[in-house]
Design a protein around this ligand. Structure first.
Ligand code: HEC
Length: 136
């Protein structure tokens, strides 16, 4: 039983360490962009369920983001260093999850203004990666 469990754990670790393609990442990005729009609609229409559904998708998706295989195997040292900045990615992921939780809490407490501020802090973190790490 123990061996089976360990085997299963290794299989999932292995699966998550490889095979993340550019297509997967683009889909994840689009999912998050949609979640951000949904959250905004929820705020504007004063609908806490829509806000919660959006933060849920956002928090589940942001943790999947990582360098794709071709970036991990990039021969160009500088590009590789830039694209595989896992420390920065982890930091951004943590911040986005934390802002998303605060957003949900504030809105549930009836503070839509603070919730909106958290929404824009999340976007700021998205752009940090797009601009700083990716030089877009
Ligand atoms: C750790 C880095 C990183 C973070 C954080 C990040 N992105 Fe991205 N984003 C990328 C990369 C890399 C691409 C380009 C994907 C590709 O074409 O391979 C991208 C592309 C996109 C695209 C374009 C997708 C398309 O259809 O071509 C959207 C939209 C997007 N991101 C939204 C977001 C949103 C919303 C957030 C925050 C909630 C976010 N991103 C956070 C790295 C990041």
């Amino acid at each position: 039983m123990k061996e089976i469990l360990i085997g299963l754990m290794m299989a999932t670790t292995f699966a998550s360490a490889e095979g993340y393609t550019q297509g997967d990442r683009i889909l994840d990005m689009q999912k998050m962009a949609q979640a951000m729009q949904d959250i905004q609609s929820g705020l504007l229409y004063n609908n806490v369920d829509i806000v919660k559904a959006g933060t849920k998708v956002l928090k589940e998706t942001i943790i999947k983001i990582r360098p794709i295989d071709s970036e991990v195997n990039n021969k160009d040292i500088y590009e590789k260093w830039l694209q595989n900045d896992l420390k920065m990615t982890n930091r951004i992921q943590k911040k986005i999850r934390s802002h998303a939780s605060t957003l949900e809490e504030r809105f549930t407490d009836g503070d839509a203004v603070q919730a909106l501020q958290e929404h824009s802090k999340v976007l700021g973190e998205c752009m940090k990666c797009h601009v700083r790490l990716r030089k877009w």
